[in-house]
Design a protein around this ligand. Sequence first.
Ligand code: PMP
Length: 341
Amino acid sequence: MKIRREVLEFEPYRVLEGNYRIWLDKNENPFDVPLEIKEEIFWKLRALEFNRYPHITSLPLREKLAEFLGFDVNNIAVGNGSDELINYLVRMFEGKYIITTPPTFGMYSFYSKLYGIPIVEIPLDEDFHINGDEIAEKSRDALAVFIASPNNPTGNLQPEEEILKVVETGVPVVVDEAYVEFAGKSLLDKVLEYPNLILLRTFSKAFGLAAIRAGYMVASDEVINAIYRIKSPFSVSSVTMIIAETLLDHYEVVEERVKFIVAERERMFRELRDYAYPSDANFLLIKLDAYEYLLSKGIVVRKLSGRLSGHIRVTIGRRDENDEVISALKEFAGDNGVGGF
Ligand code: PMP
């Protein structure tokens, strides 16, 4: 037996596990689905035939999403988390390399490395913005360009006109809108105009459904058809679909929580403005090397590296959790005589 060298040398995606009090490291929603909605889900699950495979192209959930977004079902694909869709998107188009814009979400390069696809990195500028002209120029032989907006881990939206400069070249552009509900600004109204524009979304953040693994994309029917040619046939379970559909029926709950999280984000930003960058997402990028300090208090956040070494990414939590983070970080900065920006 011989395991491929790429696999043996692969850096796996790691997260901290253990007995800590406060988890603010994965940009999860701090609120579980309300019990009344869970009860509704449990009743639907009672009627589900567990011995049957789910719908092969997830039609029930796609129909619900089509209605929710005001799109045709042929413009929507769903996956086992948006990660599954990224896994296909890096292999679907002709071209020699993918383009990413670091610091950004790691899964675009994760899958590309696994398949031996070269990665061209065009770093964000000092305000963490993309340069549309530069990406457009370098995209001639690209198979796809990946842009997260709002970006993870920096939290900012990318300017629409910069993204459209890249889209105008005709190269497939995947705009990852995992955090879009916290930003209130989307490229959804451009999808039908550009067959090469692909929007990626998830149920893991605003919808608070990270456990069930559901993501979706909105794109031209040409792209959606291609995805369903290569997609693992039953990867989205019936249980997942039922839960996601039920939350779409209760979108007012999602909206209410998004409103709370955005208000908390702005409160935390004001409290920590000497160290925090503005954010359009459900987390803050903070210029303090406080990972170990917070961990010693039982608070888990994301430690960043490379260009962002010495920074942490903190998910917005419940009010009491946020209060603890604010006072711990103020203590840390005070004790270390950190001046901020
Ligand atoms: N895109 C971005 C930008 C993310 O931050 C994440 C989650 N960390 C994902 C996609 C993946 O989400 P999912 O749970 O749908 O796989």
